[in-house]
Design a binder for this molecule. Structure first.
Ligand SMILES: Cc1ncc(COP(=O)(O)O)c(C=O)c1O
Length: 389
């Protein structure tokens, strides 16, 4: 047997791992409703036509070579205008996923950390681990807003940056201006930069949406964004890092080298990215109103199910559902719960994929992208399952 590296043992991605188990059941003839993957495509949502047209147009022109490593100059310019920075502050990545990888490679030595929100998007956990960084989290309050007292308390001398994900995966929370201002103050007090994960920036269907770039005046900020969710085009694999403010020169140099070693991002798709940033945003209102309808249904139904509760999301297409105390005693783990639910034909993601800081509580993440009818069916199955157990 050829042994894998120690590093590869540290890699896991529960959102996709669970699918392998679901596929086995599906092969045996079971009707499965997938509430696990945050991809609008399989649920009938399409990228705006003008973005698809730009990709097609690019195929007909000469974009078949390697693009400049740091990105197509027109796309960098479009991002720079959007972000309010200079083109040389922008680096185009293969989705924000690659941007996250680059940030950890550029900023986190063994034993150091980026302080992460709990719960968090699993890729950050994996990247912290494979950097042999120390795992450090700040907690959220009962509405899934960051607990800023905890953040202040937890930052240590090995902390290199603060991660903020708003709108949030997995909770769907959209942080208030007050909370974000407090985080900026804390970053300022500690002389730390902020990493803003804006993957869901445009997907807010309730309340105000504030972006950190409005608030981080003197505090260095790197905004990570992508067309995957905001423009309903995850398959394009186009994202970016935009560095705001001073003190980033050495990190930008490292990111440039990381870009160089992987040569470039698919050039046709970067041309599509330009159309996304420069074109109309009509899809945003339409998509958000569809998401709101689904979220309302999910919220109403979860309230009616004994043993489950959740904080109603204000953005994204995720909700983090809690299996209440009296119920979860029956389950050895969230994986046991999720596996049992698989047998009822519903695929969700175990909460421990997103957090390790709440061992006495149990959660699962739901994606509310399916049609109202299909989501309703999934909730019927979940309700019957909860009654049975
Ligand atoms: C919070 C968050 N950040 C980043 C990403 C990475 O997205 P992509 O690589 O498609 O841009 C995701 C994808 O689900 C996400 O949920």
């Amino acid at each position: 047997m050829i042994e894998p590296s120690r590093k590869s043992d540290l890699v896991s991605y529960p959102i996709r791992d669970i699918v392998q188990e679901a596929k086995i059941l599906e092969k045996q003839g079971k009707d499965m409703i997938y509430l696990n993957i945050g991809d609008p495509g399989p649920y009938g949502f399409r990228p705006p036509q003008h973005i698809l047209d730009a990709a097609k147009e690019a195929l007909a022109h000469n974009y078949s070579g390697y693009a400049p490593s740091e990105g197509d100059p027109d796309l960098k310019k479009a991002v720079a205008e959007y972000e309010g920075v200079q083109p040389e502050d922008v680096f185009i990545c293969a989705g924000l996923s690659e941007g996250i990888d680059f940030l950890f490679q550029a900023m986190v030595d063994p034993g150091r950390n980026i302080i992460l929100p709990s719960p968090t998007y699993p890729l950050y956990l994996t990247k912290q681990r494979v950097s042999f960084g120390s795992e450090l989290f700040y907690e959220s309050d009962e509405n899934w807003e960051p607990d800023t007292h905890d953040l202040r308390r937890k930052i240590n001398k090995y902390t290199k940056a603060i991660l903020v994900i708003s709108p949030n995966n997995p909770t769907g929370a959209v942080y208030s201006r007050k909370t974000l201002k407090e985080i900026v103050d804390i970053a300022g007090e500690h002389g730390l930069p902020i990493i803003a994960d804006d993957a869901y920036e445009l997907l807010v269907f309730e309340g105000e949406s504030v972006n950190l770039r409005e608030l981080c005046k003197d505090v260095p900020l790197v905004s990570g964004n992508s067309i995957s969710k905001n423009y309903i085009y995850p398959g394009a694999r186009v994202g970016y890092l935009a560095f705001h403010g001073h003190r980033w020169d050495k990190i930008k140099d490292a990111i440039q080298r990381l870009c160089n070693q992987r040569l470039s991002v698919n050039w046709e798709m970067q041309r599509a990215g330009i159309a996304a940033l420069r074109g109309n945003n009509k899809h945003v209102g339409e998509f958000n109103s569809e998401l709101k309808k689904r979220c309302d249904l999910l919220d109403k139904r979860i309230k009616e199910i004994d043993g489950l509760k959740m904080v109603k999301p204000k953005g994204t297409f995720y909700a983090f559902v809690e299996i209440e105390n009296h119920t979860h005693k029956k389950w050895k783990s969230d994986w046991a719960f999720v596996r049992a639910l698989l047998h009822e034909g519903v695929v969700v993601v175990p909460g421990t994929g997103f957090t390790s800081t709440m061992p006495d509580r149990m959660f699962f993440r739901v994606v509310f992208l399916p049609s109202l009818q299909r989501l309703g069916e999934a909730l019927d199955r979940i309700e019957a399952f909860m009654k049975k157990h």
